[in-house]
Write a protein of this length. Structure first.
Length: 298
């Protein structure tokens, strides 16, 4: 009887431990999923960045292939050297006004610019962000519109994206084959790397939370979402590309841009800078010089 009683106690203990671990796992998953869910399922407000002195912005709209209305600003210059589509990153407030800091120096150098609100930002439709999985369709729609303008018939049109916008710019070029150049400042290479970086930045142990993040992402995105990442499409790009890595990046892995550079086709350039995630904010003059030098060579 004593032996059977000991076995029964041990079996109950195993069951209790199993239930406890199941509850802990469920709690960790729900916490991880909820954080991702609220990050994605929203409509971000426009940031309050001012236009350059004397400039006037008129919002125009096009429709992407998902049937969403996408808002953009277009600032043409006379006889432009090229047209640069500026693609913003993930911020709330955010959107196209975030990229106004790049319009003045590009315009002064002879480049027309277009700034768009990606889906679920500012004046564009949508209430869910997908971190580049679908946003490349928004950029493609703006590209197609600009390409149809008479003044751009013989002009090069390319992309300058920051962070999520950098990944989206790479996705646009790789998925569509459209665009004459790509400038990608601090892009993520894939979701594996991004999730690890985001979990670490939140002060949580990636080894514990990463599996739950993968499950949460599967529920939030399309089942094949991992196919829509820069590392999956960059080999399809055959136009000049400039990749920027920030050595002190506090949000993403600085190695990602370096890895993407290794995967990219020629012609390609890599700028590794001793900067935080927002390279322009840290090194504005050097950033401008790098961008303009790259564009001059196209």
């Amino acid at each position: 009887m004593n032996v059977n009683f000991d076995i029964l106690i041990r079996m109950k203990l195993v069951v209790y431990i199993g239930i406890f671990l199941l509850l802990v796992s469920l709690t960790l998953f729900l916490y991880t999923w909820y954080r991702l869910h609220i990050k994605l399922n929203l409509h971000a407000q426009s940031s309050k960045t001012n236009l350059p002195t004397g400039w006037v912005a008129e919002s125009k709209y096009i429709t992407n292939t998902d049937g969403q209305k996408i808002a953009y600003w277009y600032f043409p210059v006379k006889s432009p050297k090229a047209v640069v589509i500026l693609v913003h990153g993930y911020d709330n407030p955010g959107g196209k006004s975030q990229m106004l800091i790049h319009t003045k120096y590009l315009s002064d150098a002879g480049y027309s610019t277009a700034l768009l609100d990606l889906r679920s930002y500012g004046e564009s439709d949508g209430n869910k962000m997908t971190l580049g999985v679908n946003e490349w369709k928004d950029v493609e729609a703006v590209y197609d519109k600009l390409r149809a303008f008479p003044e751009n018939q013989d002009k090069k049109i390319g992309y300058l994206g920051l962070s999520m916008g950098a990944a989206t710019a790479i996705m646009t070029s790789g998925e569509t084959g459209k665009g004459d150049f790509v400038i990608a400042s601090v892009p993520y290479a894939n979701f594996n790397s991004m999730f690890h970086s985001q979990i670490k930045a939140a002060g949580l142990p990636p080894v514990i939370f990463y599996p739950f993040m993968k499950i949460a992402a599967f529920l939030e995105f399309e089942k094949n979402y991992e196919q829509f990442t820069p590392s999956e499409v960059i080999k399809k790009i055959d136009v000049p590309i400039l990749l920027i890595s920030a050595k002190q990046d506090e949000e993403l892995n600085s190695q990602d841009a370096i890895d993407l550079y290794g995967m990219a086709n020629e012609p390609k350039e890599l700028w590794e800078t001793d900067s935080g995630h927002d390279v322009f904010d840290t090194r504005p003059e050097e950033f401008k010089q790098k961008i303009l030098r790259f564009l001059q060579n196209q």
